[in-house]
Design a protein around this ligand. Sequence first.
Ligand SMILES: [Zn+2]
Length: 431
Amino acid sequence: MAHFFHQHLLSILFVLSWLVHPNVIHAQFDSLFLNKTLRFDYLHIGDARNEFFALDELLEEPYWAGSHLHLIDTFGYGKFQCRLYDQATGELIYSRGYSTLFSEWQTTLEAQNVYRAFEESVVMPFPRHDAFIEIYSRNRKGQFEKKFSYPFRVNDYFVNQKQRMVFPVFKIREVAPAEKALDIVILPEGYTSQQMEIFKQDCQKFAEILLGYSPYNEYSDKINIKAVLAPSFEESSDFPPSGIWKNTLLHSKFYTFDLDRYCMTDAFQTVRDVASNAPYDQIYILVNSSMYGGGAIFNYYALSVNSNMLAGKVFIHEFGHSFAGLADEYYDSEVAYNEFYPLDLEPQEPNITTLVNFKRKWADMIEEGTPIPTPAEEIYRNKVGVFEGGGYAAKGIYRPAMDCLMNTFRQNTFCPVCIRAIRKMLDFYTQ
Ligand SMILES: [Zn+2]
């Protein structure tokens, strides 16, 4: 019996070491994927209660910047998940969580009465063998449900290989190979061809700001930043209430969901077209505007106006959403959403809790004797606790610290819970 157990233990250990050995992992990536991107463009159609996914187009893009080691999503963040299953074996070979503008729009008043269609797009390493591309969406209980499945054939000659928007790439910093780095691509919006030098300077500033904040500064040898030099015909961005409409590259506008400072673009496939000029994991759009605004959605994109750079903190805050899946820890600003987080569910974001399943969150970071919920008193100012108010709700949602860059711009630091979440994501991209 002992011998039998020992043999089994050995074989289990052998399998484990086989799974984690780096050479084997690269061999595994190479046996499953080509080092380029398969992009799946679709329309996301629906209202507050219904949604449909409709195939638009499959495209091949020249680079794949993602990790060769971490092919399967281990975070469980995002409203949606894209999964790739090998057709012959049925094995899950790639997955990523993400959110989109559509899922935010579903919580607006307009979505109660109107159907709308949003262009969306997901990317994955290009499979060597036939595979199923599947899209999962969270149901009201927060569980992923399969909503779309498409049998991808590697010999499908309709996969579009045309690079639709070719522009030069400006390297701001390149310190590690793409598969072992966080690769950020910065896209210019509302910079004319005469303003490309301003854009380059803005990109340099962006890089300095990002690498000046903890924990990004600890990973300075693992963060690549490139920019695509793609001009717009006109400068700035749309401002619909004033009748200002600009002919710009990425079709951004203020007043997204009728909220003045919410500057976003719903032309996401154009965003991908421009981004594909460089290998990238994360997209950051810089808008050439003196108005205050921006926004960011997890694994979708972050957007900031270049005048935000004076503060710098807005940049870092937005990137916290799009890169690390962090929630807003504030609850006292006007937003376009109604009950963004249901109170009977634990939200997926790592830095807010409804206390429904707090163990999954930062329970391990709370000092003994700290009351839960934690009163907003001076003695707890620099402590990790469970402070009521966060995620756009004053009641029923809790945040880890009295202040944090995901809450206000009074301080220069993220709270320890956000720092841990950002570190985990940086490790995921750079291992
Ligand atoms: Zn925080």
